[in-house]
Design a binder for this molecule. Sequence first.
Ligand code: ARG
Ligand code: ZN
Length: 426
Amino acid sequence: VLLLVAVELAAGIVAASTRISYDGNQLWRIFLEDAEDKKVIVDLKKEGWISTWGGNATNLDVIVKPEAIQKVQEAFKNEDIKFEIVIRNLQEAIDAENPPVADDNEDRSGFRLNWVAYHRTTVIWDFLEYFAKVYPSLCTVYNIGQSYEGRPIKVLKISNGNPTNKPVWIDGGIHAREWISPAAVTYIINHLVAKFEEESDYIQNTDFYVAPVLNPDGYEYSHSSDRLWRKNRRPQQPDLVTGRVCYGIDLNRNFGYKWGYDGVSHNSCHDTFCGKGPFSEPETRVMRDFIKGNLSQTLDRLPKKLAAYVSFHSYGQYILYPWGYMKVVPPDYLDLKLAADQAVEAIVRVGGPRYTAGSSAVTLYPAAGGSDDWAKAAIGAKYSYTIELGDNGRYGFLLPSKLIKQTSKEALAALRVIVEAAYLKA
Ligand code: ARG
Ligand code: ZN
């Protein structure tokens, strides 16, 4: 018994000490005015003083380490770069994000998951299994493969079996730290299943394939060790000079359309490392193989084509359509723009903020190897979108759990518009 206690204690100490603290780190919003400003930022980034969180063409959200605050402040003063401090202490925001909550008295017999807290992967998998068990004529769970660390990756199919249904893919959790994404996707699942009979025509004429956590290793790591982890968790070759081993590939740079073209890093220590080649990662491969092979088998019909593809990310409140790899738009972009604009209005109608719609390379920045580009180019998903959910930067990735429900309503409202467009036109 004593030994056991000692072992547990040691394990506890290790677990506690391996959790990264962001005490004293700050979130700054920088307003960029010209190319010179950008260069200053790039240099500060290279030297490791700041790291990027989010942003667009005009402003940039960055994390400033405590020991860098003075230096960066001075650099900005010299260059007359405008900024504001959004979060004074990142660790305090992390601690406040997902407090333990007493159950909110909702009737959710049978599963532990709810939408007042963020949940771990196994709770989400149990939620999918619950639906497959309780609604076997509507729901099927597929274990489509394994992550690098051996976790299952699950997809829930929601379908009434109508042979003329159009297939739509929805995923979440490609990026680990974007916790609202899996949460909103489970909200969508719950709605589609619970309200299926009441839902409109186009919902009943759709086969939904829903993957709420595509990157379970990263997602778990963001809960257990580093709240701001983005990539998967595959260790890379040691750096030739420093001998340092870095972890992870950015899965949203690893898909096989125009892979590596622009907006990626080839350095394994960077957050946007695209990997050694397209689909080098088990998580992206598993998704590709399911969509290309299994999907048409389970549908029992050709062509191997999706009507719509929707990937939920955060943050920034954007509805993005291809292309992401460069600042050009596909020939049918007016159809995609129309649906995106309608989705913006639908979100406002459910009490949400006004999201920004546009092609992703133009609206955000060019970034190749994204899942949305691949879904459109390789799988023929006419209506292919990346939706960046809330918020708009006040909390960034650290969206307090009390905002899950409202943000999820926004996700559902947008999804509906896209599915309707796909039903009518794809
Ligand atoms: N924030 C997302 C990312 O950086 C946007 C992806 C948009 N799609 C694209 N193909 N670039 O991964
Ligand atoms: Zn993302």
